[in-house]
Design a protein around this ligand. Structure first.
Ligand code: DLL
Length: 438
């Protein structure tokens, strides 16, 4: 089902005209109301009325996460606080969180883009969805909640965590859809198996997974574990939350960007120069219709590419490749650039490994070193007759893991085979990379 046929199947020329018109309005709005944008865009010589083509985007300065931090909490808001209907915040690994605000109109926009994405994933009004993203300041829970209600789904608002309750509700309420991080979906499914319950018997039809990088290999695992269609949902608080881009059931892999509201570009992360469709680089997003927080050319830090070709579903909205990782999660080991997702793809090709891993990057030396922590499956440990790090089977598995990583990525990290269930399980965003010292 296409939720908003006019917007989602617009011919490209009409879409680009709309984007240009909205870009000019959004720039004028930001410059008139946000001191930071008045100063930075004026200094760059930007005159919204004089913009004639989307190519001129490259003349507009970037906004970075630091700008949000420097103007904490409300300094980039374009409306008085009294007109802000809701605040959200992203936890932020260090220091203060990033605070974002929504007017009533922004909340309507959020519901609209979420309804589009849910419909594209195959959700049908009247059905049930269990939302196991965190509710609260995180945008995942409430973003899905409002969009799902708006499109006519019956919402089971469980929030994240509490795996046993998730299992109970999945079995008793029998939702067709589950929305949570892919790592939590894996954890719930595995916990069911441990209780002797086949996750497939829950009867789910689809899973809406996002908020963290994951791979095609993980999709294969999740689809087999649950007997579902697993779809990728992308978004970030600074732009709106979930609902920026999502996969359609027909055309995956590839996430349709709601580009009539969020204008995407790909730039070279080192130089900031725009890259053409098909080339991988850092995603930059511009809000075209947001009122409270009209962020312009935001450097997301997320690495992906854009694909303009037609999609089987009939939507004309550009498709974004699955996110490879974040520019700041990339580790450079002996001159080789590697994203955790590339290691995930290599590790999940080994049947004897559980789909959990952690990468420990040691930066205490002049050159960082990488240690890959992985667990054997319980099945294989049972066949071995128990776990002991000195066992020949464990050493042999370590050698196979090393081989596989060398073959896929040309890297020689240290491998630590750890006992089953010792790598922390995730109920929200999984922590894949641990850096020493912290
Ligand atoms: O994670 C919004 C969200 C909630 C998206 C639920 C999807 C589902 P933040 O907490 O601000 O917002 O984190 C945003 O998470 O810049 C990416 O690095 C990462 N991310 C989000 N979705 C994906 C995805 C929410 N599908 C940051 N694949 C983003 C890879 C993702 N990374």
């Amino acid at each position: 089902m296409i939720w908003n046929r006019d917007a989602e199947t617009m011919p490209r020329s009409a879409l680009e005209r709309l984007q240009l018109e909205r870009l000019k309005k959004s720039l004028a709005w930001a410059m008139a109301r946000v001191g930071f944008y008045r100063d930075s865009l004026t200094a760059a010589g930007i005159k919204p009325d004089a913009i004639r083509s989307l190519d001129q985007l490259r003349e507009i300065p970037f906004t970075r996460k630091d700008h949000l931090r420097e103007h904490y909490p409300y300094g980039l808001f374009a409306v008085p606080l009294g007109e802000v209907a809701r605040l959200h915040a992203s936890s932020g690994t260090k220091g203060k969180p990033t605070v974002v605000g929504y007017t009533k109109q922004d909340l309507r926009l959020w519901r609209e883009v979420m309804a589009r994405s849910l419909a594209a994933a195959g959700a049908v009004p009247g059905e049930l969805i269990q939302i196991a993203y965190g509710y609260g300041l995180f945008t995942g829970g409430l973003g899905f909640h409002d969009g799902a209600e708006h499109m006519g789904l019956t919402v089971v608002p469980v929030s994240s965590g509490n795996t046993l309750r998730q299992i109970l509700l999945l079995q008793d309420f029998r939702p067709q859809g589950l929305a949570c991080t892919p790592s939590f979906a894996l954890h719930i499914g595995e916990s069911m198996r441990e209780q002797g319950i086949d996750p497939r018997a829950a009867g789910l039809r689809y899973g809406l997974f996002g908020a963290e990088p994951w791979t095609e290999a993980m999709r294969v695992q999740l689809e087999a574990l649950w007997g579902i269609r697993a779809l990728d949902f992308y978004g970030l608080s600074e732009i709106i939350g979930p609902g920026v881009a999502a996969e359609c059931a027909e055309g995956r892999p590839g996430l349709h960007v709601n580009e009539d509201h969020f204008l995407p570009e790909i730039v070279d992360p080192a130089t900031g120069e725009p890259l053409p469709p098909g080339r991988e680089g850092e995603l930059v997003l511009t809000c075209l219709t947001k009122e409270a927080l009209p962020i312009i050319r935001y450097r997301t830090g997320d690495v992906t590419s854009l694909e303009l070709g037609p999609c089987r579903c009939g939507r004309t909205l550009v498709r974004m490749a699955r996110i490879r990782g974040r520019t700041d999660d990339m580790v450079v080991i002996k001159g080789v650039n590697v994203y955790p997702s590339q290691l995930e793809a290599a590790l999940l090709t080994l049947d004897d490994l559980a789909p959990h891993y952690q990468l420990v990057v040691d930066r205490t030396q002049a050159f960082p070193t990488l240690e890959v922590h992985v667990e054997p499956t319980e099945r294989v440990v049972h066949e071995w007759g128990g776990f002991d790090s000195g066992r020949p089977e464990v050493l042999a598995l370590g050698a196979r893991v090393a081989d596989r990583i060398r073959g896929h990525l040309g890297l020689n990290p240290e491998i630590a085979i750890v006992p089953p269930k010792t790598i922390p399980r995730s109920e929200g965003k999984a922590v894949r990379v641990v850096t020493r010292p912290e």
